[in-house]
Ligand binder design. Structure first.
Ligand code: AMP
Length: 506
């Protein structure tokens, strides 16, 4: 099964429906998009002489052409390598070299950066939207190249909050499973009418674009090319039935920069990719109603580990609603998700351990990295590196990434618990908690705080607040104010950068 079949199905069955829009304006219908994809695929095969299985890198900010490029790769039997557009040139170079991409498509802002990289395997560079790109779209259409379920479709380089990005190999089967889980758990309930790509399409937003193409739903690109809260609110009024993916920090920006007004057109905000604090989730529920859905996934099992769907967000009178809101929900329908100890023994509910997963969404391995593959997939389970526990009802609550857990005086402290408490204090807008090496205690807890508008950080006040709400040993020993937390392109707080900052500050 080739994922490009979904494009053909929508193009044939719903050719007149809008497929891609920029802001308010529809650019192409599904019939037009299908034709563009087949012609672009023709150019990749005939002009570039690419063979099935060859890799094509996409180093581009969000653009209307993004999905057509990905589908053209699949239609031609190729592997797409969509890449975070905010990486450093040396990281692009690593990805081009590691994937041995034969061709690269760049957005205009990245053309020169990529042009300066020496990548011998990469014989073609095309700027998306250029005259050369337009000529590719004039080629003869080709028939879709058949692909087997386990053929590689998307090489997903891990977001690289630490270390060098590794290529998680995502097959056609993996991504079809992700779509099925999307319809079952994350965004259940027809009709699927439009998805807004305000978050990067190289990651969650683009991945969820696949489910929308499968339903001939319109892919809407904001004109700003990024996540601007006010533009998102405006586009909600323009597009009935709009869903979109947002990192938790983006949801917070929507709440902080809310011009008010009608959001009845909104179908769903899918949030995930990092922890959502209960305070923020409650505020979002108050603002948008139960039009929220949480997913927990990782590049190695794209968007597909657990979900806290819209129906669970709606059960505000459930006796365990607050615990559930602080959880990442239940395993998605095609996934087996468990918690295990350090020697991979599965643990019962209530016990904390590493989150493991298996199922058809889990990658078959890392690209050309047998060692990392064997370690991550040992025993047939994906080892997520996340720490958490299930409750008796099967809801998974994440503590933290194992490397972020603070060990002070021999006791584990989960930063998230401390952060959840501090966020309830009115002077705190954002917070991230890390461990600072300490001779006597091993580590001590340090909180980096972004003050709320007009507020200042008063360590004594925060300390007494912590004493009221958490065990003494968990409370931060030091507070530092920051204007903004360091985050990657996907809105994830970079704890590694905070630890570096903390070390440099002495
Ligand atoms: P990436 O591979 O870049 O998508 O990063 C995946 C990691 O993000 C996971 O292993 C988790 O640590 C974190 N993550 C993803 N979704 C959630 C979520 N809903 N809540 C908390 N952390 C999450």
């Amino acid at each position: 099964m080739n994922l490009a079949f979904q494009m053909l199905r929508s193009g044939h069955a719903h050719g007149a429906r809008p497929a891609v829009a920029l802001g308010d304006r529809v650019l192409w219908s599904y019939a037009e998009l299908m034709a563009r994809v087949a012609r672009l695929a023709g150019a990749l095969r005939e002009d570039f002489h690419l063979a099935p299985g060859d890799r094509v890198a996409i180093l581009s900010k969000n653009r209307p052409e993004y999905l057509e490029l990905v589908y053209a790769c699949w239609h031609a039997g190729l592997v797409a390598v969509p890449t975070n557009a905010k990486l450093h040139a040396s990281e692009f170079a690593h990805i081009l070299d590691d994937s041995e991409a034969r061709a690269v498509f760049t957005s205009p802002d990245l053309t020169a950066v990529v042009g300066g990289i020496d990548a011998p395997a990469c014989r073609h560079q095309v700027e998306v939207g250029s005259a050369q790109y337009a000529r590719l779209l004039e080629r003869d259409a080709i028939d879709m190249v058949p692909r087997a379920p386990d053929d590689l479709a998307w090489l997903f380089y891990t977001s690289g909050t630490t270390g060098r990005p590794k290529g998680a190999m995502l097959t056609h089967r993996n991504l079809l499973t992700m779509c099925a889980c999307y319809f079952a758990d994350v965004d259940p309930g027809a009709p699927w009418r439009a998805i807004l790509h305000a978050a990067p399409m190289s990651h969650g937003s683009g991945l969820y674009g696949l489910a929308h193409v499968a339903q001939a739903s319109c892919c809407v690109l904001p004109e700003s090319g990024g996540f601007e809260a006010r533009e998102v609110y405006r586009l909600i009024t323009r597009w009935p039935g709009l869903s979109f993916f947002a990192a938790p920090t983006m949801v917070k920006r929507l709440l902080d920069d809310d011009p008010g007004g009608d959001t009845s057109n909104l179908k769903l905000i899918m949030y995930g990719g990092g922890p959502m604090y209960v305070e923020d989730a409650l505020q979002a529920l108050d603002r948008f109603g139960p039009k929220l859905s949480q997913l927990y996934g990782q590049g190695e099992s794209p968007m597909t580990l657990t979900a806290l769907g819209p129906a669970l967000h709606a059960q505000r009178d459930h006796p365990r609603f607050m615990e559930r809101l602080g959880s990442v929900g239940i395993p998605q329908f095609a996934m087996d998700v468990r918690v295990a100890d350090a020697v991979d023994r599965l643990l019962p509910p209530g016990e904390v351990g590493e989150v493991l997963a298996r199922g058809d969404a889990v990658m078959p391995g890392y690209w050309r990295n047998a060692e990392a593959t064997a370690a991550t997939l040992r025993g047939g389970w994906l080892h997520t590196g996340d720490v958490g526990s299930f409750d008796d009802d099967g809801f998974l609550t994440l503590k933290d990434r194992s490397k972020d857990v603070i060990i002070s005086g021999g006791t584990n402290i989960y930063p998230r618990e401390v952060e959840e408490v501090l966020l309830r204090h009115p002077s705190v807008s954002e917070v991230s908690v890390i461990g600072r090496p300490h001779r006597e205690w091993g580590e001590v807890v340090v909180a980096y705080v972004v003050p709320a508008a007009g507020a200042t950080i008063d360590p004594a006040a925060l300390d007494s607040f912590c004493l009221e709400h958490m065990a003494r040993f968990k409370r931060p020993k030091h507070y530092r104010a920051l204007e903004a937390l360091p985050k990657n392109n996907y809105g994830k707080v970079l704890k590694t950068a905070l630890r570096d900052l903390d070390r440099d500050a002495g």
